[in-house]
Design a protein around this ligand. Structure first.
Ligand SMILES: C[S@@+](CC[C@H](N)C(=O)[O-])C[C@H]1O[C@@H](n2cnc3c(N)ncnc32)[C@H](O)[C@@H]1O
Length: 371
């Protein structure tokens, strides 16, 4: 079926459109892709509802269920549950057996959608997306004016979703891959040192390190009040040790040094002035201290970041990271796909004698700097 008045030029069916002569087959192919992306985007709303309303967990708790059974189990209205299940079967998230109209969430899918402690947990990404849609009018405004949009101004689903997205990565990579990539740091943490986590957010990385290295002390700082309140509450729930504390402070105005290890977990590129943040870290660092920046994986060139992972990070950067950086003095707007070269340059510009990429893992770069 041709979507445009067309004619054959050599072997290609072409047509005149408002944007010029187009190859009809390519128009149809791209329209199919966009239609697919649209379906995925709308299904993100349902996936979020599945997370928020406990439907994924309820379905994961039984071998299979009819819509009636799942509605009773979840306490939700059967007609909605039936349509939700049908959509999730069409999405390939849920399996459907017409024999008895039964739906099943395979354990492999449950590990991604119904268990936040799983290393493959991704349900939080839909909470993040819901938070971004809640801020879309504000984003439209800042795109038009060039103003910034601070982390603290976002709907709380955004930073809650970010924390849920990163936590499985921290659980699988922080202690196993990132810290061992920096010479001597693991031994020093085991022996007992003072650690600072700058831009600590809800404190997941800080608390994981504190749990793993009982001989060391940990401070998390963030300019965002609500994040610090929630991180402190998590610390209290984790037993409230005096080895861990969270305080509200900006990346250029905290005190309490010298620290032996200063970390930036997925935060340096968000800051208005990453160089000033690194310069302040250097000033608060012990002479033999190390600064560790874990950043989203990226190559130095855009053309090398045109991947599904690159899309995920650029999309987050265009809605969260760059707007936040533009909302702060410096407005460096490095973005979440700055690449190792720019991050290492920022360390050098901040006066670090040595700075290098210590490791690259599938989702992250590990950059270390020494005074
Ligand atoms: C992507 S989040 C990462 C949070 C946490 N490190 C984690 O990995 O879950 C970035 C954090 O940096 C914080 N942040 C941004 N600019 C900051 C600044 N100038 N000073 C302190 N914190 C800042 C934000 O409030 C946010 O919590």
């Amino acid at each position: 079926m041709s979507v445009l008045e067309s004619e054959r030029q050599n072997e290609t069916e072409v047509a005149q459109s408002a944007t010029g002569v187009v190859d009809v087959a390519r128009v149809e192919e791209f329209a199919e892709k966009v239609a697919g992306d649209h379906a995925v985007a709308v299904n993100a709303v349902l996936a979020y509802l599945g997370d928020r309303l406990g439907l994924w967990k309820a379905l994961a708790s039984v071998p299979s269920a009819t819509s009636r059974e799942l509605s009773e189990r979840s306490g939700l209205a059967e007609r909605y549950v039936r349509e939700w299940l049908s959509a999730e079967a069409a999405a390939g998230y849920v399996e459907y057996d017409p024999d008895g109209s039964r739906f099943r969430l395979p354990p492999e899918h449950a590990a991604v959608l119904a268990d936040d402690s799983s290393p493959a947990a991704l349900a939080g990404t839909f909470e993040l997306t819901a938070g971004l849609w809640a801020s879309v009018d504000r984003l439209a405004h800042v795109y038009a004016t060039g103003e910034g949009f601070g982390w603290h101004e976002h709907d709380s689903r955004m930073f809650n979703g970010v924390d849920r997205f990163f936590r499985p990565l921290y659980n699988s990579s922080l202690v196993e891959q990132w810290l061992p990539a920096v010479d001597g740091v693991v031994a020093r943490l085991a022996s007992g040192i003072r650690v600072l986590d700058v831009g600590c957010g809800l404190g997941s990385a800080t608390l994981l390190m504190a749990e793993t290295f009982p001989a060391s002390t940990f401070t998390g700082v963030d300019y965002h009040d609500e994040s610090i309140v929630r991180a402190s509450a998590s610390a209290a729930r984790a037993g409230g040790s005096d080895r861990v504390r969270f305080e509200r402070a900006g990346a250029e105005d905290y005190t309490g040094g010298p620290y032996d290890l200063i970390c930036f977990f997925d935060a340096l590129h968000d800051m208005g002035d990453p160089v000033a943040a690194l310069r302040h870290a250097r000033a608060e660092l012990a002479d033999d201290g190390v600064v560790l920046a874990v950043e989203p994986f990226a190559n130095d060139r855009l053309e090398d970041n045109l991947t599904p992972l690159g899309l995920s990070y650029y999309a987050a950067s265009a809605t969260i990271c760059v707007p936040n950086s533009l909302s702060q003095s410096g407005q460096a707007a490095l973005g979440a796909q700055a690449g190792p070269g720019r991050i290492v340059d920022a360390f050098h510009e901040a006066g670090f004698g040595t700075a290098r990429q210590a490791a690259a893992t599938p989702f992250n770069l590990v950059i270390e700097g020494r005074a």
